[in-house]
Write a protein that binds this ligand. Structure first.
Ligand code: NAP
Ligand code: ZN
Ligand code: ZN
Length: 349
């Protein structure tokens, strides 16, 4: 085992602080990755603060990892020392169930091994995420980072990128479609960039009126501030597709009314439950769906798509010592548009 510096939350009530974890020596099919950057996803906060069931403490969050391979087991065929690689939201799965066989490991029937707040396949070894200096991962759960991209701006693609890319691909967002992205945060700003790269006409719906200029600078064609309720009447039946990335409870029914006949709204944000009416769905034969990250194959496809279109995240790079402040700013929707931890800050003595 290898002693490895990390930042952890000791409980749902405690701020994150320095902590030491053990990483396994790479087995025959493992790679050891020196972590350069790790994005801060709102899911890190939900879990570190115990907002979802089943938080395991101490918790080392982080599932938007970019780094370099520094060692590889003797049967590793896909990677060599020096490769620039990524690790996303999961580090293993059963490999045998229908979902795994179809390359949708995120829906693994016995359950994927999440990158943190989860267990390895043995069901008892806790997993620890990217707020640490290195990680050992089976080679099949590692992504190739295309050359030539600024690595701190690539890290958020590993979760925010795939979570927005996957539903837009699945629901066939295409050239000329009128789509809306609800919530301009980490996921939302990637949704805007990726939808634009797919050729769609994109409108941002935001409860932060001050984000208008940013939305347009990110490539959006329009901006609707949602605090004013009349916008829901004015924009009724306007969009083919809506991607809802909001992390806090809000009224889905109001947003469904913005869909055209037969349009689809996909939820990726995971707030507390809220009531849903049948009428907005029934009356215009609308669809409401959800989506969860993406499998390894599709995550690689997304990385290659983003590289091909020059799509990367807008980031604020921070030392790990600022992680608690960053969490508070994310909660206040004051992030432009993803915090990314520079792990050099944890490597210095
Ligand atoms: P984020 O950066 O905090 O963005 C969320 C955005 O939601 C905010 O920027 C804000 O946008 C909006 N919002 C926040 N509070 C609001 C409120 N009270 N009322 C209305 N809008 C509000 O978070 P993120 O990292 O993008 O994650 C978003 C959600 O997706 C989280 O719940 C996260 O757990 C979830 N998630 C899901 C998946 C998946 O696979 N399905 C993957 C990753 C994350 P405006 O200021 O523009 O309104
Ligand atoms: Zn995430
Ligand atoms: Zn499986």
């Amino acid at each position: 085992m290898m002693k490895t510096p990390a930042f952890a939350a000791a409980s749902a009530k405690s701020p994150l602080g320095p902590y030491s974890i053990e990483r396994r020596e790479p087995g025959p099919r493992d790679v050891l990755i020196d972590i350069l950057y790790c994005g801060i996803c709102h899911s890190d906060i939900h879990q570190a603060r115990g907002e979802w069931r089943g938080s395991i403490f101490p918790m080392v969050p982080g599932h938007e990892i970019v780094g370099k391979v520094v060692a590889a087991g003797n049967q590793v065929g896909k990677w060599k020392v020096g490769d620039t690689v990524g690790v996303g939201c999961f580090v293993d799965s059963c490999r045998e169930c229908e979902a795994c066989r179809e390359g949708e490991e995120q829906f693994c029937e016995p359950g994927m091994s999440l990158t943190y707040n989860s267990y390895e396949r043995d069901g008892k070894t806790p997993t620890y995420g990217g707020y640490s200096t290195r990680i050992t991962v089976n080679e099949d759960y590692v992504l190739r980072i295309p050359a030539g991209l600024p690595l701190e701006r690539v890290a958020p693609l590993l979760c925010a990128g795939i979570t927005t890319y996957s539903p837009m691909r699945r629901h066939g967002v295409k050239d000329g479609d009128s789509i809306a992205v609800v919530g301009l945060g980490g996921l939302g700003h990637m949704g805007v960039k990726i939808a634009k790269a797919m050729g769609a006409k994109v409108t941002v719906l935001s409860h932060s009126p001050g984000k208008r200029d940013d939305a347009l600078a990110l490539g959006a064609d329009g901006f609707i501030p949602t605090r004013d309720e009349k916008v829901f009447r004015e924009n009724a039946r306007r969009f083919h597709f809506i991607l809802d990335t909001v992390s806090a409870t809000h009224d889905y029914n109001a947003y469904l009314g913005l869909l055209r006949r037969g349009g689809t709204m996909v939820l990726v944000g995971i707030p507390d439950p809220t009531p849903l009416s049948a009428a907005p769905l029934v009356m215009q034969r609308r669809n409401l769906a959800g989506s969860l990250i993406g499998g390894i194959r599709e995550t690689q496809e997304m990385l290659d798509f983003c590289a091909g279109h020059g799509v990367v995240s807008d980031v604020e790079v921070i030392p790990i010592q600022k992680v608690n402040e960053a969490y508070d700013r994310v909660i206040k929707s004051d992030v432009r548009y993803r915090f990314v931890i520079d792990l050099a800050s944890l490597k210095q003595p």
